[in-house]
Design a protein around this ligand. Sequence first.
Ligand code: MOS
Length: 746
Amino acid sequence: MTTTSSIGRDTQRIDGPRKVTGLAQYTSDFNFPGMLYAVPVEATIANGKLLTLDTAAAEKMPGVRAIFHRANIGRIFRSTPAPGFDRVCLERRPPFEDDVIRYYGQYIALAVADTFETAKAAADAVRATYSKEKPNVESRLEPGDDPDVVFTGYGPVPRLQSQRGDAEAAFASAPVKLDETYGTPAETHNPLELHSTTAIWNGEILTLYDSTQGVVNMRSVIAQMFGLPKENVRVISKFLGSGFGGKLYPWTHVPLAAAAARELGKPVKLVVSRKMMFQAVGHRARTQQRVRLGVTPDGKLVSFQHDYVYHLSMIDHYHEDCGEATPFHYSVPNLRVHWGRARRNIGATADMRGPGAVPGLYATESAMNEMAERLKIDPVQFRILNEPRIDESTNLPFSSRHYVECLNLGAEKFGWSKRTPVPGSMKRDGLTLGWGMAGAAWIAGRFAADANIQLHDDGTVRIACATQDIGTGTYTILAQLASEKIGVPLDKVEVELGDSALPDGPISGGSLATSSVIPAVFKAADQAITSLLIVAISTPGSPFLGHKPEDLALQDGRVFVKAEGVAKGVPFGDVLRQANARLVTGSGSSEQTAFAPNPHFSMHSYGCHFAEVTWQPEIARLRVSRVVSVMDAGRILNPLTGRNQIQGAVVMGIGMALFEETTYDPQNGAPINSNLADYIMTVNLDAPPIEVHFLDYPDKEINELGARGIGEIGLAGIAAAITDAVHHATGVRVRELPVKIEDLLT
Ligand code: MOS
């Protein structure tokens, strides 16, 4: 413990100085003697067969070491699903496994050369011929003929996701109805840092420097792909230029680099291009969601139906769980959530910040707003009227839900009471204003985690866990946790993460990393402290000699006799030096709770957004001008980095509402806007002031500190709030994201 705890206080990132001075080494910054560069050759069709590959010209280029393809890359085995949360891989087919081309940009060969430029030139010089079929990249989605229970990446999932009462009958007899379909486009993760991997073999030992959000999972997948025990594989990921979910699991370029390094006996670096980022490393699925609501005239929901379809690749099984939040979010006696999927000639779909719930809540929260308008009830009030007392899908109490407080606080901070509901009725400085709002929810739980703590004789602490920092602040959180338990300032804590050789840590995903590591770190600290106290009572000459361990405690970094108080304590470094011990150590583990329904509580985070847009019909200019977000995400360990998370998500949400869309060329199936000029994202000038408030209620069901997670919830609901504001300003309801200017030219 410490009397100067940083928990709950704005704490700057401890890795900040390393980042701004350029000392932080990102994955592609690592270089090794004799290292070669690999560039994949991309299929230029999306449906068909590879007939011939002509590599002769490429092979003859000076500096080219090899052109690999199906016949000469050596074996790459398939990775298979494992029980629990291990060996997750979204595109299971190993690269080059067959000659079938299922999406544009699928890798068909790999050029390896002494320099990146030569490898790129060689890749460009490889000629391929194909037998071509017309690709199916149709954006209108009809559910395919899947069975009632589909084996997805999350295991078997029933297509009838949730059901209570008789939603159809209740809808049929409801006095007020809404039946609308909402669409969200394919979106592409565009972290600043490209995916990158560098593979180095040392005999049967493979080391990968990889830009991954999950070193432990990648170790399992790659070990299986190369037929190795997982002890033979080490994955290192020290700094990431973010990932947004696209870097959670290994993609096919990773085994390609490893196989090339194996064949050539040299380190091989492969950095995917920005164009490839749109093709072969995952994207958020396009979704089409029909929402049917039935209500009483005074605003009580009687029926809620959510039927969604998403697209996916020809052979993968990623489940875009748009119905994740629907069953518990509002009180309604009759509910039905059902889904289907449509296969397309596209790369694998993947988790992208708030997967499932983010597109799902865009649809359901938009429907709630439209229904509130039909009822002439304020949308905040409509939600409060339908606040559930328990989770009606499981009949379990909520562990900690303060959604109504979020709504009320958001309305107050935004000034919502001044809203006049008629579209176009609010003006400021010659601009038409639009105000909209929506609610948010996201999962809460924990992955399994191990951690190790060392207390050193120089008074420093080392905390180690094989999780990652994707830019969100995990280095800092781990330091805060160690500092909290041992009672030393943050600058006395060294954090080791991003290396699968460390104790197994969680993926940086699901907004679960912080909640997962807390119990493991605390147990590790308790064990290290016990070890220290044993040293204190057993070292000859120690002032604590003869005490029992339970008489002693550690606070502010000092060992002391409880009866005498911490002021008379001895710094732990002195205790260790007196014993001639370099260090004591402790290990701790915590178990996974995510994806296993908690038998006692329904656990989620909640929140809401209030958004203002300005509209100038004369020049068709729409701007998001102000956002207020309120989040109920349990205890916030670091409000500074926490606010950053929500602000970043809101910025991304403006992109979701107004800009982001991956468009496929119907002729060749290529993601056609596969660059940062044509794939439009929110930039600084699009980002308005974003005010973030946390309710900060600890959720003691999740961990000792009551911290749930904040990485994704900020993106939930924001698109619905913005499109509602767009309607309020312009009178136009857009139900197909992103909102385009031409939608508003009425
Ligand atoms: Mo998040 S989509 O779990 O990185």
